[in-house]
Design a protein around this ligand. Structure first.
Ligand SMILES: [Mn+2]
Length: 499
C-alpha cells in the first residue's frame, strides 16, 4: 500500500494479529504476509464490531484505504473468516516474491560487472532474506565520499523494504544502521563495538544476529579478525569493495565478496558503482548519480569506460563532473566531523539540501587553500631526473581540524600536478605512517609490492598498510619511521619509467 492507494477499495486475505476496542471503533491489526496494517470497523461507539472474528483468525476482508495521522489504514466494509490454507498459500507467494532478486541489466556495460553477476545476485538474495527474517542490517563503510555514496545507495534501497516489512516507520531505526569506519579497514575496535551489540541483542530470544555489509573496505588481511569476531556470533557478511590485495584472505570468511579484482577488473569500478548496481537488484534505487559521485571522490579517470557511463547517468540527474567533485569535497568535510556517528537524518540533509552543501563546501575550500599555502612553504621537492619526490611533514602542519592527513596529501598532489609536468610521488609523512599519492601514469609502481618488500626488510618495524596501487597508507612503529622512509625513497628512485 502506498499513498497513491488512498481511496481505493481492496480485498485482502489476512491474519488477525490483534484486536483493540476503543471508545469509538474496533481496531483490527491485520497481516497479509506482505505487511502489517490496522483497519477500523465501527458499529456504535465502544461496541465490538465483527464479534465472531477473534485474534489469530484468518479472514477475507474488503477495505477502503484511508490516511490517518500520516499512516495508511483500512476502513472495513465486510469481513468473514476464511480457511488458513488460503492464507498460507498467499504467505508463501509473498515470501517468494520478496526474496526474488530484481531482474535488471547493469547500468554500465562492463565485462567485469557481467562476470560478477552471480556474486551480486547472491548478495541481493542475502539482503532480501535478512529483511524477510527481521534480521538487522548493519552497513560498515569507509568514511570517505566513495564509502558514503555506496552505503547511501544501499540504505536507499534497503530501508523502504524494511518499512514495507513492518508497515511502520519506527522499525527502520531498529532494523537498520549505517556506521562509518575511520580506518581504511574493518578494525578490531569496530568489530568489538559490533559484537557488543550482537551479544546484547542475543539476550532477546527472537533476534537473529545482524547481516553486515562492509562497503569500500574489507578485502585485506587486516580485516579478517574483525570478521571472524562477527562470524563467531553467527552474523552473515557481505563485502562490497574495490581495493586490491596480493592474496585473497577474505573470501573464505565471508558469505559474498564483491570485488572487481576477483573477476579480472580493477579499482576503477568503485564501491559506489558496485553498491548502486547491487541496490538496483535489491529494490528500485533511483539515485544512480551516487555511482559517479564515488568515482569522482576516488578520482577515477572520467574516460574510463564504466565511469563514462555513470557520468552520463549523473549528468541526466543534474550533476556534471565539476558538481560531483564539489559534492565529494563536501562529503569529506562532513565525514571528518561526523567521525563514527551515523547521523542518518543529517546525512540525508547533506545529500538533499543544496544550501547546506554550499555552506560546507565554502568552508572546506577555505580550509584547503589555507593549508596549501602552508604546504607550499614547507614542502620538500626533489627532482631526480624522470620524476619528482615531494615530502610533507604532516605532523608539523596539521592543526587538529579538517583537512585530515589524507586530504592534505591528496590536495597537495593536485596542486603539484598543475605546476609540474613530470610524474609526482607525494609522500605525506607523520610519526608512524607515510601516505602515498602517486601520479596515475606511474604504472610500474605498486604500493603493495613496496609494503611486501618493507615487511621482509624491516621485520621489527610492524609494517602494515594498504589502499590502492598509487594512493594508500603505510604504517610502521615510530621508532622505525626514518629507516623505512629512507628505504621508500630509495625504492621510488629505482622505479623504471612507465611507457
Ligand atoms: Mn573507494
Amino acid at each position: 500500500m502506498t499513498k497513491e492507494d488512498v481511496g481505493k477499495t481492496v480485498r485482502v486475505v489476512a491474519k488477525i494479529e490483534n484486536i483493540y476496542q476503543t471508545s469509538g471503533p474496533t481496531i483490527f491489526w491485520l497481516n497479509d504476509g506482505a505487511s502489517r496494517f490496522t483497519a477500523k470497523a465501527f458499529l456504535r461507539p465502544g461496541t465490538r464490531a465483527f464479534p465472531e472474528v477473534e485474534k489469530n483468525d484468518t479472514v477475507t476482508a474488503v477495505l477502503r484505504i484511508q490516511e490517518y495521522e500520516n499512516n495508511l489504514e483500512g476502513s472495513i466494509s465486510s469481513m468473514e473468516k476464511t480457511n488458513i490454507e488460503l492464507f498460507d498459500q498467499q504467505m508463501e507467494q509473498q515470501r517468494l516474491k520478496r526474496l526474488s532478486v530484481e531482474q535488471t541489466a547493469f547500468l554500465a556495460e562492463s565485462e567485469t560487472l557481467n562476470a560478477m553477476r552471480g556474486a551480486f545476485e547472491n548478495a541481493a538474495r542475502l539482503i532480501k532474506q535478512a529483511i524477510v527474517d527481521n534480521r538487522t542490517i548493519i552497513i560498515r563503510h569507509n568514511a570517505d565520499c566513495d564509502g558514503y555514496s555506496g552505503a547511501l545507495a544501499l540504505e536507499r534501497s534497503i530501508v523502504p523494504l524494511i518499512k514495507e516489512q513492518h508497515g511502520d516507520s519506527f522499525n527502520e531505526w531498529r532494523f537498520f544502521r549505517r556506521l562509518p569506519s575511520k580506518a581504511p579497514y574493518y578494525t578490531i575496535s569496530d568489530s568489538f563495538v559490533d559484537v557488543v551489540g550482537i551479544t546484547n541483542e542475543m539476550l532477546r530470544k527472537d533476534q537473529s544476529p545482524p547481516l553486515f555489509i562492509i562497503v569500500d573496505t574489507g578485502s585485506s588481511e587486516e580485516d579478517v579478525l574483525g570478521m571472524c569476531n562477527l562470524r563467531m556470533f553467527g552474523s552473515p557478511i557481505i563485502v562490497v569493495n574495490h581495493h586490491g590485495f596480493i592474496q585473497d584472505h577474505v573470501t573464505a570468511h565471508v558469505d559474498v565478496h564483491i570485488n572487481p579484482y576477483l573477476f579480472g577488473g580493477d579499482s576503477s569500478l568503485t564501491a559506489s558503482m558496485l553498491s548502486v548496481e547491487l541496490s538496483r537488484m535489491v529494490n528500485k534505487m533511483e539515485h544512480v548519480y551516487l555511482a559517479a559521485l564515488g568515482g569522482a571522490g576516488d578520482k577515477v579517470n572520467p574516460e574510463n569506460k564504466e565511469m563514462a557511463h555513470y557520468l552520463q547517468l549523473a549528468q541526466a540527474q543534474g550533476y556534471g563532473l565539476d558538481d560531483l567533485k564539489k559534492f565529494a569535497l563536501t562529503i569529506d568535510f562532513a565525514a571528518y566531523y561526523l567521525r563514527m556517528m551515523e547521523g542518518r537524518a543529517l546525512v540525508n540533509e547533506l545529500f538533499n539540501n543544496k544550501e547546506l552543501r554550499s555552506l560546507w563546501h565554502t568552508e572546506a575550500e577555505k580550509r584547503i587553500n589555507e593549508v596549501l599555502h602552508v604546504v607550499e612553504h614547507y614542502i620538500k621537492l626533489d627532482d631526480i631526473g624522470n620524476k619528482i619526490i615531494a615530502q610533507i611533514d604532516l605532523h608539523k602542519i596539521y592543526r587538529g581540524e579538517f583537512p585530515s592527513y589524507g586530504k592534505i596529501t591528496g590536495k597537495t598532489s593536485d596542486m603539484l600536478h598543475e605546476k609540474h609536468q613530470k610524474p609526482l610521488y607525494v609522500l605525506g609523512v607523520a610519526d608512524d605512517m607515510i601516505i602515498f599519492r602517486i601520479s596515475r601514469t606511474e604504472t610500474q609502481f605498486s604500493l603493495r609490492e613496496l609494503i611486501d618488500a618493507l615487511k621482509k626488510e624491516f621485520p621489527h618495524a610492524a609494517i602494515s598498510g594498504g589502499g590502492h596501487e598509487r594512493a594508500g597508507t603505510l604504517r610502521c612503529v615510530a621508532a622505525a619511521r626514518d629507516e623505512v622512509l629512507a628505504f621508500v625513497r630509495g625504492w621510488i628512485e629505482k622505479v623504471p619509467a612507465s611507457s
